[in-house]
Design a protein around this ligand. Structure first.
Ligand SMILES: NC(=O)c1ccc[n+]([C@@H]2O[C@H](COP(=O)([O-])OP(=O)(O)OC[C@H]3O[C@@H](n4cnc5c(N)ncnc54)[C@H](O)[C@@H]3O)[C@@H](O)[C@H]2O)c1
Length: 318
């Protein structure tokens, strides 16, 4: 389906998820522009697509750079963000300037440039500690951090731009995304990349709480498929979709699988539960199946093996 997108802007395209999307779009013959300030992303992530992508190295809040990047694009994929929840708690104003105002500036630039559709990377964080499972898109959101509030605010702006201005817009609530290029060196990176780095270094991981908490881990290649479907499916405009697998994996089981695949024998250390940690999170997947014709193809163990293979080749050591 990517072949039907002639030109696209990917904000945050030098990041973990964005760079996989860039690879898929470029491979399909799409003309791709990336807008990224390289704050958490890197040029190395764009190596596979080198020569086929235009990189605008700029901040999302720079209107001139936005206008330049969005010119001539049919679709905008908006993934650039302050992605660390703790950073948004430490700096609500600074993070809102990027995640909220920056997103609004992008919508204005897209409207001015007559972009057909904007697809936004939202998050399962908008559900907060709402206890019912699985998380359905119609549930009242309960954001527990500035990050989640900022994602939710942008979802609302998208709907308003969709309805008021005819700028087609879809939001995808990613659950726990994992795969190659996820950076384990940041304290805020995904648990899988941290566990893999520990396992390969033969070090025990630290599990917060007793490890019975569960997450819905979705492979990055499947997230890319959902993003492209959200840009092309007629029924997606004006809607919000979960992107997960519908399966729950406990943190204990995750470590057991990673340790088995990596041949690591260390026993985890257990620390106090993290404040605000949601006990269980799993996506309802019916809306994405119906509206995007999306269902994940990469099984959990297969995704782990692919990710571990990449880590073995690319890790920088302990
Ligand atoms: N990884 C996950 O599990 C997950 C889950 C839910 C939602 N998301 C969302 O998906 C998107 C991509 O996340 P990721 O995991 O690939 O993170 P990432 O940090 O690898 O990617 C974010 C990219 O945005 C860029 N960026 C940050 N601030 C910018 C700014 N002011 N101007 C221009 N570029 C800027 C960074 O340099 C980076 O390349 C984010 O919006 C994130 O909130 C990710």
């Amino acid at each position: 389906m990517a072949g039907t997108i002639a030109s696209a802007l990917v904000t945050g395209g030098a990041g973990f998820i964005g760079s996989h999307l860039v690879d898929a779009l470029a491979a399909s013959g799409c003309r791709v522009t990336v807008l990224d300030d390289l704050s958490t992303g890197s040029r190395a992530n764009l190596e596979a697509a080198a020569g086929r992508v235009r990189l605008v190295q700029a901040d999302l809040r720079d209107p001139a750079a936005l206008a330049d990047a969005v010119a001539g694009c049919e679709v905008v994929f908006h993934l650039a963000a302050v992605v660390s929840v703790p950073r948004t708690i430490a700096d609500p104003l600074g993070s809102a300037a990027v995640n909220e105002t920056g997103s609004l500036q992008l919508l204005e630039a897209a409207r001015a440039a007559r972009v057909r559709r904007v697809v936004f990377a939202s998050s399962s964080a908008v559900y907060g500690d709402e206890p019912s499972l699985p998380k359905r898109e119609q549930m009242p959101p309960k954001p527990l951090s500035p990050y989640a509030v900022q994602k939710l605010a942008v979802e609302h702006y998208l709907k308003v731009y969709n309805d008021l201005f005819g700028l087609e817009a879809a939001a995808l609530r990613f659950f726990n995304v994992f795969g190659p290029r996820q950076d384990p060196s940041s304290a805020y990176s995904g648990v899988i990349s941290i566990f893999m780095a520990r396992a390969l270094d033969g070090m025990p991981p630290l599990i917060h709480g007793d490890g019975s908490q569960t997450r819905d881990f979705v492979y990055v290649g499947d997230v890319v498929a959902a993003l492209i479907a959200a840009a092309t499916a007629a029924a997606a405009a004006g809607r919000v979709f979960n992107v997960g697998t519908g399966g729950a994996v406990s943190i204990r089981r995750l470590w057991a699988e990673v340790a088995r695949l990596a041949g690591a024998a260390c026993t985890p250390r257990f620390g106090p539960r993290r404040a605000g940690d949601v006990p269980h999170s799993v996506a309802a997947v019916a809306a994405a199946a119906e509206g995007l014709n999306f269902s994940p193809r990469v099984g959990f163990e297969q995704g782990l093996a692919l990710t571990l293979g990449w880590f073995k080749e690319n890790r920088k050591g302990p």
